[in-house]
Ligand binder design. Structure first.
Ligand SMILES: [Zn+2]
Length: 390
């Protein structure tokens, strides 16, 4: 009996994030941010901020040097080639305007670049009023997601490396070895806005290793991203889309059952695999949204697959105690490994591609562990009692 069956597999899928949420949540920022996110191989942002490091908090700039918007180049450097979402741009500009009109300076801190201080109080009032005025749940979701993304973009600016999403002093980009994914395969990281720019997110590793055309970010509730993804799915056809998620309400097939003897390998269509990149509680809503869209587009269920050999993949990911469970990247590794043993896929080098991804997980773990040790924090795992509510 495998560990990776229905609800169990989904839970395991998310435990890593939960533990590491605690792992990082008490982190405080040691140093003021550098003035640019440039690091080896990364595109630098269009920021001319040159405030003295000691005079500002993360994400705050002295007025005369502060960029007034987010450029397309800055947006795309975070790991996407999509246009800058309209609503995100609007919210960013509104926040910058609000700051210029008030005495309070925009400040961010804590996990996920949350707003802080007087500016937060001021801005919260405005955004709550706006949210309340929206009566449509779809509009509310779009607004919620766009605001989350906007805050994270502004809060991480000049602080995180745009490629690896780690603080610039811990940038791991030089240690990540890129690898080509089999050209008929494509991953979609369907990511919750609260996981966007999170240091311990492992979904980002997929495009760091395979590139953004082979592993594409799709932010939940961001209309532009969801449209791009669904357009690709419609072009590929329902038979070439799979969600790696155990669906309690529909039969979930194993990789072997889904692909052995299938005609998949005889066509030239892209095989699309959706990985839901969110916490346990957020993932249910994300999956529901995918399912509803599939029903609308195809009048049919979203095909779901689950892993059966996940445990072995997980056990390889054990650099330190708090990381002994699987995560989004491990799910992708498990999928590649399982596909590799299907006769029709044997000769595609999927095992090597899984290994490349696994190496990048090791690199991330080493960077996060190094950071934690450097800051004098424990790396031992804390007892978790609420894995499903992180
Ligand atoms: Zn980096």
């Amino acid at each position: 009996m495998s560990m990776f069956t229905s609800a169990t597999s989904f839970r395991v899928f998310n435990i890593l994030k939960c533990s590491n949420y605690t792992f990082l949540r008490t982190t405080t920022y040691m140093a003021a941010p550098p003035t640019t996110t440039a690091c080896p191989g990364a595109v630098s942002i269009n920021s001319s901020a040159d405030a003295s490091p000691s005079s500002r908090d993360r994400g705050s700039y002295i007025n005369e040097a502060k960029p007034t918007t987010i450029t397309l180049q800055e947006w795309q450097a975070w790991g996407t080639d999509s246009p800058l979402p309209t609503q995100v741009a609007e919210i960013v500009e509104e926040m910058i305007l609000t700051e210029s009109e008030s005495d309070a300076q925009m400040k961010f801190g804590g996990l996920g670049g949350k707003l802080k201080g007087d500016f937060k109080t001021h801005e919260d009032k405005k955004h709550r009023a706006k949210y309340r005025a929206l009566d449509d749940s779809e509009q509310k979701l779009h607004f919620f997601s766009a605001r989350q993304i906007a805050c994270r973009l502004l809060g991480s600016r000049g602080y995180l490396c745009q490629r690896c999403w780690l603080p610039i002093e811990d940038c791991m980009c030089l240690n990540v070895v890129p690898c080509s994914l089999w050209n008929r395969m494509r991953f979609w990281l369907y990511m919750h806005p609260k996981d966007f720019l999170r240091q311990n997110n492992t979904g980002k590793l997929l495009w760091q290793v395979f590139g953004i055309n082979a592993a594409t970010l799709c932010l939940y509730g961001i209309a532009e991203h969801e449209e791009i993804m669904w357009k690709e799915f419609m072009d590929s056809g329902r038979k070439n889309v799979w969600c790696l998620y155990p669906n309690k309400n529909a039969p979930t097939k194993s990789v072997e059952d889904s692909f052995h003897g299938s005609e998949t390998n005889t066509t030239d269509k892209t095989m699309n695999f959706i990985l839901i990149d969110g916490t346990w509680s957020n993932s249910a809503a994300m999956f529901r949204r995918l399912k509803e869209r599939a029903d609308l587009v195809w009048g049919d269920d979203l095909p779901c697959i689950s892993l059966t050999t996940g445990a072995s993949a997980m056990h390889k990911l054990r650099p330190q105690p708090s990381w002994d469970r699987t995560c989004t990247a491990a799910a992708a590794i498990g999928l590649l490994d399982e596909l590799h043993v299907v006769t029709e896929f044997k000769s595609l080098g999927l095992d090597k591609q899984a290994e490349a991804l696994e190496n990048s997980v090791d690199v991330l773990l080493a960077s996060l562990t190094g950071r934690r040790l450097r800051m004098g924090r424990s790396i031992t795992r804390r007892q978790r009692h609420h894995n499903d509510i992180c």
